[in-house]
Structures are given as structure tokens and as C-alpha cells.
Design a binder for this molecule. Sequence first.
Ligand SMILES: NC(=O)c1ccc[n+]([C@@H]2O[C@H](COP(=O)([O-])OP(=O)(O)OC[C@H]3O[C@@H](n4cnc5c(N)ncnc54)[C@H](OP(=O)(O)O)[C@@H]3O)[C@@H](O)[C@H]2O)c1
Length: 265
Amino acid sequence: MSNILDRFRLDNKVAIVTGSGRGIGAAIAIAFADAGANVVVTARTKEQLENTVAEIHKRGQKALLVVCDVMDAAQREALVEQTLAEFGRIDILVNNVGGSGEIKPTLMTSEEELEACFKFNTTTAFAMSRLCAPHMAKSPDTGAIINISSVAGHLAQPGFISYGIGKAAMNFMTFNLAQDFAPKVRVNAISVGSTLTDALAGIMNDDLEKAMLKNTPMNRLGQPEDVAACALFLASPASSYITGEIYGVNGGLTKTPMEMPRSTF
Ligand SMILES: NC(=O)c1ccc[n+]([C@@H]2O[C@H](COP(=O)([O-])OP(=O)(O)OC[C@H]3O[C@@H](n4cnc5c(N)ncnc54)[C@H](OP(=O)(O)O)[C@@H]3O)[C@@H](O)[C@H]2O)c1
């Protein structure tokens, strides 16, 4: 029997990681390079992507930098075309771009804000999955799509109406695509808890940190590498019998990590 750790390798695979200029996406792109993949790094800010590319090169792997706003259909198509032109195959897609937008009560949230948040978190992942899955199906290996979701998709909390709906939809999309694309492409999601990135730093203060730690049994905030380790498992042949699952990387959270204002009547 071969060494079980060989199943965690991504040698010769090509991965697209959206939003890989910083935070969780950058950690995933670098982890995939550690495991032997060539990685397409993509976001809107070229300078940040260059940092990720440098880390991938340090690991002896190839990187393709594509500046792309995933909200734009033509730019998404160009991203996939450039990937195929450079590497000739796509094995792994990580739909990492997303976020909460402004956190505020339902009665202060407009229909336009709800729809924009849904598009940012869910429609872009749907569109990227539709573009990539046919190319994954042509590959001799099984493809893997990994959706980066959030505890906000299943723990209801005031303030997160748009984000919660977007990530809950992403979770259901994961179940649905897994059934639709099997056995050629596996589709799984990671339900992320409070993780130290720029996005979290933007809303962090001492009170919030205390509240988060109080509700997190593992008594610490997450690091991007905690999510990257799970993404590596879900991208690799180690998880070849797993599809349609949502893995929690959240320190054991079972209740909402923070208190936000409710709607006032
Ligand atoms: N951090 C947490 O606590 C936490 C918790 C639960 C879930 N998550 C989820 O984890 C994912 C990553 O979060 P993060 O905290 O790592 O975020 P982050 O630090 O803000 O990084 C987001 C990445 O996405 C890129 N991006 C943003 N808008 C984009 C667009 N329209 N087109 C292309 N790229 C875009 C950003 O680069 P540019 O701005 O240069 O484009 C950046 O590279 C998100 O889906 C988020 O919902 C995070």
C-alpha cells in the first residue's frame, strides 16, 4: 500500500483560487503550491496578487496572475480562457470571493443591497462553477470545486441578513451541484468561523473579540491556514469519496459569535 500522505498531493493539477491576493484565498493558493499544484491567482489588486505569486514561485510551482473582477461576466470568461491557454486544464476551483458588506439590521437593508450581496457570494460562485466544470470533466482526474461559505449561512443572527442568505444559498448550491456534477466533479464547501484577515480586522474591536472568544470553544480566532488545510484535503484525492458536504472550520461554534443591533420598530 502506498503512503497515505501521497493522497494529499496535488502534483500536475491546476487550481483557480478566486480572491487569492490576501486572506483566506492567498493561504489556500500557497497551500496548494506546497502540495505541488500550479495555481491561477486572481483578484482585482495586482500588487497583492504579486505577493501570492512570489510565494508560489518560492515553492517551485507555476503561477498565473489574472486581474479579474468576478462580478463581471466577461472578466470571468477571460479568466478561464487564460487558464486554459496557459495550462490546458482545470482540476480545482475555489470560489473564495465573498463577504458580508455592511452589517446592519433587516429594516435598514435595501432590496438592492440584498441582491448585490447575493451576487457577490453566490451568483459569482455559480457562474465560475458553470464555466469550469465542463473543463474539469475532460480531465483524466476527478475535478474538485470548493465553496468558501460561512457560519452565517446556518447560524441566524441580526445584522447578517444579506450575508446569511447569500451563504445559505451557497451551501444549498453545494448540495445541488454535487448531485449534478458527480462522478466527474466533486463539490464541497467550508463553513468558516471568525478568521483573522483584513475583512475581519475591518470590524474588529476589543468587545467584539471578547464576544467571539466566549462563543468559540477552541478559545481562539481562526487563521487563514486553518481553512487552507481543509481546502487542501477537499481538493486532493484524500477526499475522493466525499462530495456534497459542508465542513466547519470554526473552532466549534454552535451559536452566533457576535451580537449586532436588531431592527428597531
Ligand atoms: N474572515 C472571516 O472571518 C470569514 C468568516 C467566514 C467566511 N469568510 C469567507 O471567506 C472568504 C474570504 O474572506 P477573507 O476574510 O479572506 O476576505 P479578504 O481578506 O477581504 O480577501 C478577499 C479577497 O477577495 C478579493 N476580492 C474581493 N472582491 C473581489 C471581486 N469583486 N473580484 C475578485 N476578487 C475580489 C480581494 O482582493 P481585491 O479587493 O483586490 O479584489 C481579496 O484578495 C469570503 O467568501 C468570506 O465570506 C471569511
